[in-house]
Design a protein around this ligand. Structure first.
Ligand code: AMP
Length: 190
């Protein structure tokens, strides 16, 4: 199984590019943000434990997130590949992912890092907020999410850089052109 991590700040286009990757490669998709939102909507125990953090624009604690990721990953034993979208966001999450994959003799094959300047992210999320209905797309929460990304989540990159897995891609510009660069990166290691 091909395990692809799509990485980038909020509003960097991870969701949009994941859709295009799925269309081309028929990979399964695990968006931890989507799983949390679905659980909040259905008022599950997981949703109840994650809600306060998400509403505040903070990261959900690793213990909760890792357990959820493991359960999600078990849902796709026969997929050709899996896109991890929004996970890992901390180094302990990245380490836990390695352990989960190693148990199935698998590994993270590639990390696609979408690079988008902070100002562009703010503009994009402000635009998305008009229609997204996301409780964390309000300006003040957005600032906290951006801060979480640049203080905690970005530390995941050196972890994967040390393994030579990171492909940095400019996430500003034409969606199809960005996707072409992602495809080139995937094809370069497949
Ligand atoms: P996203 O849709 O990926 O922007 O995620 C929305 C929110 O869900 C984040 O701001 C976090 O509160 C939470 N979340 C999603 N994925 C993770 C993760 N891997 N670790 C911690 N919190 C997460």
């Amino acid at each position: 199984m091909f395990n692809l991590v799509i990485f980038g700040p909020p509003g960097s286009g991870k969701g949009t590019q994941s859709e295009k990757i799925i269309e081309k490669y028929q990979f399964a998709h695990i968006s931890t943000g989507d799983v949390f939102r679905e659980n909040i909507k259905n008022n599950t125990a997981l949703g109840q434990s994650a809600k306060q953090y998400i509403d505040a624009g903070e990261l959900v604690p690793d213990e909760i997130t890792i357990k959820m990721l493991k359960a999600e990953n078990d849902k796709f034993p026969h997929a050709q590949g899996v896109i991890l979208d929004g996970y890992p966001r901390t180094v302990p999450q990245a380490e836990a992912l390695d352990t989960i994959l190693e148990a199935d003799a698998e590994k993270v094959d590639i990390v696609i890092q979408l690079e988008v300047p902070e100002e562009t992210i703010r503009d994009r999320i402000a635009h998305r907020a008009k229609t997204s209905n996301r409780t964390d797309d309000e300006a003040e929460k957005v600032e906290r999410r951006i801060n979480e990304y640049f203080t905690k989540t970005i530390q995941v990159i050196p972890y994967y850089d040390a393994q030579g897995k990171v492909h940095k891609i400019n996430g500003v510009g034409d969606i199809d052109a960005i996707f072409e660069h992602i495809v080139q990166a995937i094809e370069s290691i497949r």
